[in-house]
Design a protein around this ligand. Sequence first.
Ligand code: ADP
Length: 624
Amino acid sequence: MTERKRLKGRGELRDKPQRTRTRQTTRSPELVAAKSNAWGHLPIAEPRDVRRAATRLIRADSKAFTATLALNSLAAIVGLAGPWLVGRIIDEVRAGHGVTAVDKLALAILMAAAAQLLLARWARYVGHRFGERTLARVREEFVDRTLALPANVVERAGAGDLTARGTADVALVGTTLRDIGPELLINSVQALFLLVALVTLDPLLGLCGVLGFGGIWWALRWYLRRARDGYLAEGAATSEVAEILAATATGARTVEALRLEQRRVAASRDALETSRRTRFHTLFLRTVFFPAVEVSYVVPVATVLLLGGVLLEQGALSLGSVVAAALYLQRLSEPLDEILMRVEQLQSSGASFARVEGLARAPQATDTGSPTPADDRIDVTGVRYAYDRGGEVLSDVDLTVRPGERLAVVGPSGAGKTTLSRLLAGVDAPTAGSVTVGGVPVVALGPEQLRRQVVLVTQEHHVFLGTVRDNLRIAEPSATDEELWTALTAVGADAWVRRLPDGLDTALGDGGCRTDGSQAQQLALARVVLADPHTLILDEATALLDPTTARHTERALAAVLQGRTVIAIAHRLHTAHDADRVAVMENGRLTELGTHDDLVAADGAYAALWRSWHGERPASPGTA
Ligand code: ADP
């Protein structure tokens, strides 16, 4: 094994930046699982599930897999002919036979080599096609599972984890399927056949050869037992260095202002020292392992030559057989080398596969078993809520929203309005108490059911990569063009969509037609019209828009609100003024509830808000 090949196999030659990243993302399942509990990370698949998933993937394309295996076996069998024929040539020469016999055997060697080359190429081709198809399957499954994740699971896990799994981890699984897996298969088959041929040639010589390889077994055991922890520590140390450097660079001004330079330099030095130590440790492991393996390759060949010599003396074996056996053993070092390297790579890609497959264990949002609400009434009863890391942000909230009612929720920033809207929309479940629609908990509804009941409209509007039609059909996959146009007309977007080069078929997003803020919002609202929920929750839907866009959007919004229950998190008090009822939130509690006039008359918190807004900005809508 050349040094470069070996180091590449170990991921030590950093000419591919991806490997460096991979080291950090392929943490041990245990480590990540432990972390996952503390931070709400996505789950990691158990080794049992990983094995099951691998078997399922092989079964899904079993024909190609069997063909790869068969072709590899054929190539390996044909490959066995070479050393045996060399042995025959030696025996022929010793027996004093003519050049013709030798020529024939030499020609047979040439043909066997050509046949092996062709078969091996074919096997590789079939193997790589199998790998690519299987990778496509893994990617598709990953996307399906990601899209089926409930929003709160993604929020808790953080988009970073999901992105790392979908990119670096899937890429590493891809490398395994495309290269490592087929290579491992090819070399295992070759090694197996070489061993069988060796034992068949002469059982005693074969046994000696196999025993001679015992050294590799011990070296491998020694190495694998230490390598895992060693590389995990190295990966963690590398992450730590990156983290400290990034934190220092991002907070450079704070560091300078508080004169923390020396402390940051010391922290970086410590991290670098740890990193150096961990790297030296893994280097030590390699400097023991690889020479041990190298020596182990020589031992069986030497043993067979020595023993063969003795047997030859006694006339128990021909010289040809001894040479053939030595050649087989010599050849065996090549597949074994590859196997050792690939097995080690398989360890890290196994961890990646566990992360990719882990999504199967995450909760999925499905409509199966989703209950059906009796009516459109929304009840909030004794609701308390606390985020994972923090105190209670909602306490004892009771509220009933009647169908068709317009309710404005007002209050100072941080009062819990957004949190309440998330509970009403079923994004999160209350820590205590219940939020129900038609007597059914909102969080128990499947995505399809929920979309028909309650929709949360926020300031974040996405235009997805795809056509206008794709963007709209997300809300109602079976919608006809006519229904799409009706929805677009309702939000006032029909005119500009008609002007697009391909109408509903115009591609939007990067590389396609660009949409401005108000157009993106109109598309989002058209989706709401298509989903046709009875209740809309507006969370500061127009608060961050410039006045012109806001006017456009509000007009579109008015059309969407028609005939629905509306709960508006109001940052503009005129929304509260126009609402049927106003709910005031302060410090996570619902402190006032009534009509605008009643609350102004009661002279409480709302009346104060109203007076200050009215006093400051009598002519235009203000901000609460
Ligand atoms: P409002 O919408 O009235 O401004 P929020 O519902 O956004 O209030 O916030 C209520 C409280 O919950 C605040 O103290 C806020 O800091 C806290 N909070 C909001 N989101 C989170 C979160 N994801 N994790 C932890 N605390 C949060």
